[in-house]
Design a protein around this ligand. Sequence first.
Ligand SMILES: NC(=O)c1ccc[n+]([C@@H]2O[C@H](COP(=O)([O-])OP(=O)(O)OC[C@H]3O[C@@H](n4cnc5c(N)ncnc54)[C@H](OP(=O)(O)O)[C@@H]3O)[C@@H](O)[C@H]2O)c1
Length: 307
Amino acid sequence: MRALVNRGDGGLGVDLTEVSEPDPTPAELVVDVAGMSVNRGELRLLAARPEGWRPGQDVAGTVREAAADGSGPPAGARVVAWVDQGGWAERVSASVDRVAVLPEGVSFSAAATLPIAGMTALRALRVGGELLGRRVLVTGAAGGVGRFAVELAARGGASVTAVVRDAIRADGLAQLGAARVVFDIGEAEGPFDVILESAGGSSLTAAVRLVAPQGAVIVFGNSSGEAAEISFGDFVGRPGARLEGFFVYASAQPPSFGEDLERLTDFVARGELNPHIGMEVSWTKAEAAFAAVAERRVNGKAVLLID
Ligand SMILES: NC(=O)c1ccc[n+]([C@@H]2O[C@H](COP(=O)([O-])OP(=O)(O)OC[C@H]3O[C@@H](n4cnc5c(N)ncnc54)[C@H](OP(=O)(O)O)[C@@H]3O)[C@@H](O)[C@H]2O)c1
């Protein structure tokens, strides 16, 4: 079978190469992959990992072999799966507790956007706390996680302010439920009960200065790569506010990844969550998709299709 394999050039180079078939454990099924999505974090891994490493965490496709222990969906089921790596391949093994069966009407492309980005948005909001009637700020709102966070928070009853770079990046955010879209965090009118922050640097500093007393700044990324200046004085007037680091692999569990994937796919099937696919290309054009994500040219998610 073929897979995208890291060229190991310190950049975003991959080669479509013949590799060995998956070797599932008894609690893993094997998926014939149809679609997969790209996450900003995976680009960092590509640049850092050695030649021959196989990337890819978000996959959707059809079960080729059910798990040998009898658990999970049967062969032929349409599924979405979260895998640790090696998912950008014609076939991949996936643990049954990180798989959800796709409801009718949810495409492989839409499903492939959900694992990392959808789960990060869902779980980071959970860590932030209650949403009903509360004020939520989302930075990086044009991106994969950001768009899901805006829509999930708005659906949960929050008044959401979204921070994006410009009007092109703002496209569709009002329809997802954003009450306000601003082009600089300095234009956001706080205080906010929950802030999802991933731009880092001056954005993180500004976020702390916008949080309400007892509110939460959930820090889940540093897309800018910049350090933030924060001091005790920034918390004056906001007693009890917390600054919390969020890691999707480690935070807010249980439920299992599979249960949350099922929840997200159900939202999509009911039209309550609308994956925004800003770019969809053949996996033979993967490097073009990586460049577009890295250069902030993709609104929402970039999807790769196996053709
Ligand atoms: N902690 C975790 O477990 C976890 C899980 C998933 C993702 N993440 C992190 O969360 C962040 C978002 O991930 P994603 O996959 O949604 O990425 P993405 O699709 O590339 O979105 C990132 C967004 O951040 C905004 N941004 C603001 N300043 C930026 C800068 N200096 N450089 C790049 N982007 C900037 C961009 O929007 P504008 O162009 O409109 O500014 C872009 O829409 C990333 O940092 C990622 O590593 C963390």
